[in-house]
Each structure stands twice: as C-alpha cells, then as structure tokens.
Design a protein around this ligand. Structure first.
Ligand SMILES: NC(=O)c1ccc[n+]([C@@H]2O[C@H](COP(=O)([O-])OP(=O)(O)OC[C@H]3O[C@@H](n4cnc5c(N)ncnc54)[C@H](O)[C@@H]3O)[C@@H](O)[C@H]2O)c1
Length: 423
C-alpha cells in the first residue's frame, strides 16, 4: 500500500479518525514535547535527515514522530514489539500525518522482521530503537548500510545493555545515545510509567482484585520499584525477588518481603517479571505454584518466562479472555499467562501514560538533534544524554506543571563552593 508516494503496511486505514483523536488526547499531556515541536517547526534542525524509528506504535510515539517530521526529518516508523501496536494510531499517522508506518498488532515474527527491514530500506541516517532490534538487524544483515548512519538512540534498559556489550566487543559501527540512561527518562518512565501501566495491563486483562493478593515482583530496579510500590498501594502483599544485595536491601527497607524465587513460587497469586533477564520463572517454579496463579511480564522480551516449558508441562491450553491463556498442567493445576508473556502494559493496556512519555520522548527528539549537529565529532561508542539536555527537560516539565523551585542566594552559592568555612 502507498501513502502519497511512500509505502506502508498497517491493519486498516479506516481506523484513522479514532487514532487521530487519541493522538490529540495524548498531546494534551505532552507539553515539553510540544515546546520542542514548536521550536523544531521554526528552526528545522533535522532538515532532510532520513530517520527510521522502531518504537512501540502508541499515541505518545505518534507525537514524537510528528515532532521529528516538523523538525524537517523524513521519518518512517516500525513496531518494536509484535503486540504493542495500536492499529488506529498507525492508521492516523499514515492518513493524517503522512508518516509511513510498518506495524500491525499481533503480527507474526516474519512480518515483524519484514517491517523492521522496511524501516531499514528507508536508508536511515539516524535510527531510534526500543530494544536494539534495528541496530542488530542492520549490523548482522546489512552491514554495508551502517556507514551511512550518523548515530542512533536507544529507549530501553535492555537495549542499552546490549549496546554496551557491542561497544565493549568493538563491533559497534556508529555512535549511540542511551536515552534510557537520561535521568528524566529512567527515573520517571521506568518507575512511574511502568509501575502504573503494568498494573493497568494486568487489571484490564483479568479484572482481578489486587487487594489481599500476594503479588511477587521479580527485579527491584527502576521498573520493579514502580510495580511493587503501586501493587502495595492497592492493598496487595508484595514479595520482591532480587539477585543484587543492594537492591534487595532497599526492597527490605522499603517494607517488602524479600525471599528466593522458589519460596515465593509456593505462595504467590500474581507473578510479575521486570528484570531484563531470561527464564526468571521456569519449570521448577510452575511446579510449585498454587492453582490459579497468574503470570505477567513487563520486561522487554518475553523470554523472562520460560513459556516453552510451560507448554510442555501442560495437557491443554485455551484462551479464556483476551490476553489470558489458561494452561492446564498434567496434574490438573491451572496457570494463567497474560499477553503471551509480552510486555503486559503494552499488550493489554496502552503503555505508559503520555505525561511521563513526554519526558522520554523529549529526550529522543533532542538526542536526534544532538546526533545530527555533532555526528562528525561523535565516536563509535555509547553516550549518555548530555546533562544540559536532561536538566532542560526537567526544567520544562516543572514549568509546564506551574511549579517554581528554589534558587540559591549569592551567599549560599559562595558557601557551597567554598571549603574554608567550618563549625
Ligand atoms: N514495560 C515497559 O514499558 C518497560 C519500560 C522500561 C523498561 N522496560 C524493561 O524492563 C526491564 C527492567 O528494566 P529496569 O529499568 O527496571 O532495569 P534495572 O536494571 O534497573 O532493573 C532490573 C533488576 O532486575 C534484577 N534481576 C536481574 N536478573 C534477575 C533475576 N533472575 N531475578 C531477580 N532479579 C533479577 C537486577 O538485579 C536489577 O535490579 C528491562 O527489560 C527493560 O528494558 C520495560
């Protein structure tokens, strides 16, 4: 299919009017991105740059794409997860904003990679990833194209972990800006965004009462903290599983029970993984779990749950509700898997609220501008977002909330930069 001159692949163009209204609704909650967009419209800092983004196709991403296009970039978008695409948003981006999209909710693995390849065929000079799928496809399948890339941005923790290991092995072929590592990204998006939207996804999929349930959260990083705190706030008894002593200790001091995964498997009602690790829940856990246990993952990849083992242990499986698969084990016990083990906040809900994505995507837009301006000087390594960009985003967010903060007096400035004054 083609939109004006460009090709695209989405579910149904007729969904565009609903998508447009939802994009506008999200835009109301994204004042920082709007400020950047207004500047981009005037200054065109990305004039003529070919940019391929591989992000969750949501209303918030749509507003980022609009911002980049208004900044002069020639943008295309593919999905960063087969289940997270909002088909109405994809339709509106094509129909109303003339931005080519390659994404269909529920697409199979082949289509998912076909779509990523369509984004790569755009011959991008800047790429944006959420989970490093474009960069790994480019590096392994089309290495000759990497020489044309000025740089790229990465949205999530697991992507940054992979890129750091590519940099260490010296296989990285262009510079990266780790948007995830900006303070205005991970301290807010991962914590408050994933925290709220993971619970939202579980509730939309199941409509269970959290109050009184035993909820086991795997990982007490930024996402895990958000999930655990929100589950506790809803009246759940929360258990945290960690491998890092420091994070485990913080969980204890924040008032959570901390134990091993095997102990927790025996008593949990709802199990939520947010570690970025593999097979965090596996056969030995499924064997221990009470009848009716619910499993959800909000970490980037579905490998956090060992689904092949669950399949092997089961004598039957049926879809009992949208996003809920009931596995009946050979013992007769039932285990419920939500959203096929994929990011539950994006599969069954709408991902992070726009207000928090406002800061994450402000980072993306400014990081793209930074790459374009500085690409001649940047080396083939992973950079964090420059501190002045991070601080400016925090300042703009506070301003949009009509919050003024304290300023140092000249006396305080002098005092804080001196060492002579003692008791
Ligand atoms: N759902 C979303 O929308 C969303 C948003 C942001 C990040 N993510 C993803 O969520 C995951 C976690 O992100 P984060 O920012 O919290 O990372 P993080 O590094 O801050 O935290 C991960 C934590 O998991 C712990 N961990 C690792 N293996 C473990 C295991 N086997 N058992 C128990 N704990 C273990 C680590 O020690 C660490 O404390 C990543 O995959 C990230 O890409 C998802």
């Amino acid at each position: 299919m083609s939109c004006k001159t460009k090709s695209y692949d989405i579910k149904d163009l007729k969904l565009s009017s609903k998508g447009k209204l939802r994009i506008e609704w999200a835009d109301n909650q994204m004042p920082v991105l709007e400020t950047i967009r207004n500047r981009f419209k005037k200054e065109k800092p990305l004039d003529g740059v070919r940019l391929s983004a591989c992000l969750h196709v949501t209303t918030e991403t749509a507003n980022l794409m609009r911002t980049l296009k208004d900044g002069g970039a020639d943008v295309v978008l593919s999905a960063s997860n087969p289940l997270s695409t909002q088909d109405d948003v994809a339709a509106s981006l094509v129909e109303d904003y003339e931005i080519p999209v390659f994404a269909i909710k529920g697409e199979d693995n082949d289509t998912y990679y076909k779509h990523i390849n369509s984004a790569i065929d755009h011959k991008p000079q800047i790429t944006m990833d959420d989970g490093a799928d474009v960069i790994s496809t480019l590096h392994s399948d089309k290495p000759e194209q990497t020489k044309d890339v000025y740089g790229r941005t990465e949205e999530t923790t697991i992507g940054v972990i992979r890129l750091n290991s590519m940099a260490e092995q010296k296989v990285l072929k262009y510079p990266i800006i780790a948007v995830n590592d900006a303070k205005t990204k991970h301290l807010f998006d991962n914590r408050y965004g994933t925290g709220q939207s993971t619970i939202d996804g579980i509730l939309r999929a199941t409509n269970i009462l959290f109050s009184g349930k035993t909820v086991v959260v795997f990982g007490y990083g930024m996402c895990g903290r958000g999930v655990a705190t929100r589950a506790k706030g809803m009246g759940a008894n929360v258990i945290v599983i960690e491998i890092e002593p420091l994070n485990a200790l913080q969980a204890v001091m924040d008032g959570f029970r901390v134990m091993t995964s095997i102990e927790a498997a025996k008593v949990g009602d709802v199990f939520i993984t947010v570690t970025g690790d593999i097979h965090v829940l596996r056969k030995e856990h499924f064997e221990m779990m009470p009848d009716g246990a619910i499993l959800a993952n909000s970490g980037h990849f579905d490998v956090e749950l060992d689904i092949p083992s669950l399949e092997k242990m089961s004598k039957s499986k049926r879809r009992i509700r949208d996003f809920v698969d009931e596995y009946t084990l050979k013992s007769g016990k039932k285990i419920y898997l939500l959203g096929e083990g994929r990011l539950i906040n994006l599969a069954a809900a709408e991902g992070h609220p726009a207000s928090v994505m406002d800061m994450s995507f402000a980072n993306q837009a400014l990081a793209a501008e930074f790459i374009y301006k500085n690409h001649n000087e940047l080396e083939k390594k992973v950079y964090t977002v420059p501190e002045d960009i991070d601080k400016e985003i925090a300042r703009l967010k506070l301003e949009s909330m009509d919050i003024s903060i304290e300023k140092l007096t000249p006396e305080q400035e002098k005092y804080l930069s001196s060492w002579e004054i003692g008791t």
